[in-house]
Design a protein around this ligand. Structure first.
Ligand code: XMP
Length: 523
């Protein structure tokens, strides 16, 4: 693989994605990794990400300089570029000249491997305080900007390269070309990684892991579990049973969609379990978000265990000898790469929230997990789903979190509140679809502030009801997001309908926060 060394600040995910867009497989590793650990992974190339620190700050993430001597091509970006310069004997200075945002760069190395065939003047996206004042010995300076004499350098001989700007950010007009030059020309990688190899590779891996054991897959109605199940079905066919848990935290009509659309398009064997009361009981009295997430994660697993048990009994009843051959050892989950990274499971990054299927799993779980999408981003999962022949209504669906409406009620989850939120959510979805906006937004959580009340007036009377929050976001991979500028008319319609049609709601508010600093969901 190409290893992306993560120096923090969420840039590494974006770089990993862009590398994959160049059809080269990439993985993220923490900056604390040593040269020996890197060597053991036998990478084809290494990219050092940007980060929030200054190389001089005490506690700044450091780079094991031996990484630069492995003979593996390295590209340093922003902080990674400066860390490289400083490790190789160049000079990094705090010039007091910050560059932030769109910045014009003069390229002198238009015939170089890294910046070859690029315009001599181009717009890049910068975000730095320190600058490389002097390139390391033996390095060619390839570009400069008004306040940075060394904005890019290279040593073709040592296959070491660096740029001060962020080529992974779309505002860097030739950014993707920089990455592709590094991967294809400097590192000589062919660019032959795509969703068909993912399928082949995963099918082989699933068969090796599962053998002839039986497997269950939790279907949520979302894209990820649908694609994971289809992959497992392709790998082990009838050994798979899908389990759909109706935990009562679903949106309107969701159960029907799974039971009808998914089964119709895949022919998979499906068991639905009605666990509404079980989840409500477990969530009673709880309003802390992390606690809710953990409870929901735990109850999911308990339900899958019960389902597996029932399948075993069924199999025993069917087989004459009553043998134990029906054991269900594996649980398939549609865990994605961002879930892993954001649950702190990736690389020593902070735990932002416990995704129900990663940090929310109980310790005493007996299933072994099968997670064929664990290294993929959402758009890659969609591509795999299409390749597997799943219909657009499934692969094109907007994301919906496993813990469902349970993490969209700020406060305790009760049956009454769920009903209210479900009604508001249905209206918002109907109006967004009617306005033709489904493709424009990544998703639009609808949140009930159950512990907040405000005064309103309806008819001739005073009301004292709850606010509903609309959280429309645009995103490429949910790692970062911006709030979607929805047309006022659509917002007005949604607001009118919700306040008129949903009991106890007398106010609709719009969330205008990007991620970061907000997350997409409220909990
Ligand atoms: P946040 O709120 O972390 O959400 O910005 C990022 C994306 O992940 C979804 N999400 C989840 N999905 N289980 C899931 O399957 C979870 O526990 C979970 N929490 C958040 C969220 O809807 C958004 O698309």
């Amino acid at each position: 693989p190409v290893l992306v060394v993560d120096f923090g600040a969420q840039y590494a995910q974006l770089i990993a994605r862009r590398v994959r867009e160049a059809n080269v497989y990439s993985e993220i590793v923490p900056h604390s990794i040593t040269a020996d650990e890197i060597r053991a992974k036998d990478p084809a190339a290494i990219v050092l990400s940007g980060g929030p620190s200054s190389v001089y700050e005490p506690g700044a993430p450091s780079l094991d300089g031996d990484i630069l001597d492995l003979g593996v091509p390295v590209l340093g970006i922003c902080y990674g570029f400066q860390a490289m310069a400083s490790a190789l004997g160049g000079e990094v200075a705090n010039t007091g000249l910050r560059e932030y945002g769109a910045t014009s760069v003069d390229v002198s190395g238009t015939d170089s491997v890294l910046l070859g065939d690029q315009p001599a003047s181009q717009v890049t996206w910068m975000s730095h305080g320190d600058s490389v004042a002097k390139a390391p010995e033996g390095f060619d300076v390839l570009a400069s900007s008004a306040s940075t004499p060394v904005a890019a350098f290279a040593s073709d001989e040592r296959k070491l390269y660096g740029v001060q700007w962020h080529p992974e950010v779309k505002h860097s007009v030739y950014g993707q070309a920089v990455l592709e030059n590094f991967l294809h020309r400097a590192a000589g990688l062919p660019g032959d990684w795509n969703s068909s190899n993912v399928i082949e590779e995963q099918v082989a891996r699933i068969r090796a892991q599962v053998g002839d054991a039986r497997v269950i897959c939790g279907l949520s109605g979302g894209v990820d579990s649908a694609v994971a199940a289809a992959l497992v079905q392709k790998a082990v066919g009838d050994q798979l049973t899908c389990v759909f848990v109706d935990h009562g935290l679903l949106r309107a009509d969701e159960r029907k969609q799974v039971e009808e659309d998914y089964v119709a398009s895949t022919g998979v064997r499906l068991v639905t379990i009605d666990a509404q009361q079980q989840f409500l009981d477990a969530l009673a009295g709880v309003s802390d978000p992390e606690q809710k997430r953990k409870i929901i994660g735990r109850e999911f697993i308990r339900t899958f265990e019960a389902a597996a048990e029932a399948l075993v009994l069924e199999a025993r009843a069917e087989s004459a000898e009553g043998s134990a051959s029906g054991e269900v050892k594996f649980l398939v989950q549609g865990t994605l790469y961002p879930d892993v990274v954001e649950s702190g499971g990736g690389s020593g990054t902070a735990n932002i929230k416990s995704h129900h299927n990663v940090g929310g799993l109980p310790d005493d779980m007996t299933f072994e997990l099968v997670e064929p999408l664990r290294t993929l981003f959402k758009d890659e999962v969609r591509a795999v789903g299409r390749e597997l022949g799943l219909p657009e209504v499934i692969v094109g669906r907007q994301p919906f979190p496993g813990p469902g409406l349970g993490i969209r009620i700020v406060g305790e989850v009760t049956a009454e509140r769920l009903e209210l939120l479900r009604a508001a959510d249905k209206i918002a979805r109907e109006e967004l679809t009617a306005a033709g906006l489904d493709q424009e937004i990544w998703q639009c959580p609808v949140v009930l502030l159950a512990d907040v009340r405000s005064v309103g007036v309806q008819g001739d009377g005073r009301t004292y009801g709850h606010p509903i929050v609309l959280r429309p976001v645009s995103s490429e991979d949910a790692m970062t997001a911006d709030w979607t500028r929805l047309p006022y008319d659509t917002l007005a319609k949604i607001s009118n309908r919700i306040t008129n049609e949903v009991k106890d709601v007398n106010r609709v508010v719009l969330d205008v926060t990007s991620k970061p600093p907000g997350t997409i969901e409220w909990e």
